[in-house]
Unconditional design. Structure first.
Length: 250
């Protein structure tokens, strides 16, 4: 019965491990997908911002920035992109800062910028971008655009691992509780464990006492055997002496 239960637990554990591995693989594939987080038209230009939809700590996020020119004589004087995250989901830190030099734009053409941002191991939850663009359209008077928007979500894998561990422990506890009930007809609780432990200690003390008694009985038995041998020896010796005594003739 115990061997059957052990095989059942082993099968369940292997199935659970394979399932978690499959889920993690599917999640990893989904996390590589790109998502448009910002898309807006301004005078003379339109801006589109794509980034990795979801990532994990210690991994990278990919960023694609497109600037489409919709007018003649557009010149970008300054382009700055700052990416921020939150250490432990609370403390704001700078993940990457990009500064592009001045460049002209051609009407109906797109200027693309690609960046890779490494996420530290202690950063999770939401990240966001601050984009600053200063440019001119025909007239020398500069136009400024400074959108701020949320981007990639960094998964809190530590919390997910704790949740998975809790589920596994709870599943194991349920199985152990079932086995405990089948063996002792009681639930697996600290009070019941303490009670069984006290019973075990009492039985162990009784066993030690009985074991001592058995040893004493064994010693007594051995002494009686030795005494019996000695007695038989003396009786045999006495009979021999009597039988060997010279006869007297009158």
């Amino acid at each position: 019965m115990k061997i059957l239960k052990l095989k059942t637990l082993t099968t369940i554990s292997i199935t659970l491990i394979l399932t978690l591995a499959l889920v993690q693989n599917i999640t990893a594939q989904a996390s590589d997908e790109m998502k448009t987080f910002f898309d807006k038209e301004y005078t003379g230009i339109s801006i589109r911002f794509n980034a990795t939809q979801e990532t994990r700590p210690s991994e990278n996020m990919t960023i694609n920035l497109w600037i489409n020119c919709t007018a003649n004589d557009v010149n970008v004087e300054c382009l700055t992109l700052d990416i921020y995250g939150f250490r432990y989901g609370k403390e704001k830190i700078l993940l990457k800062s990009v500064h592009e030099t001045a460049f002209p734009l051609v009407i109906n053409h797109i200027r693309q910028f690609n960046y890779t941002v490494q996420v530290p191991h202690d950063v999770w939850d939401a990240t966001y971008a601050e984009l600053y663009v200063k440019y001119t359209v025909v007239e020398p008077t500069p136009l400024e655009r400074n959108p701020i928007f949320s981007i990639t979500i960094v998964r809190n894998v530590y919390l997910e691992q704790l949740e998975d561990m809790f589920k596994n422990l709870n599943h194991t506890y349920c199985q152990l509780n079932q086995t405990f009930w089948e063996c002792f007809r009681m639930n697996l609780t600290k009070e019941n464990l303490d009670r069984l432990n006290q019973s075990y200690l009492a039985l162990q003390q009784n066993y030690t006492s009985v074991q001592g008694t058995v040893i004493e009985l064994g010693n007594t038995r051995m002494a009686m055997i030795i005494l019996s041998i000695i007695t038989i020896f003396f009786v045999a010796t006495t009979l021999y002496v009597v039988m060997r005594k010279p006869k007297q003739y009158w």
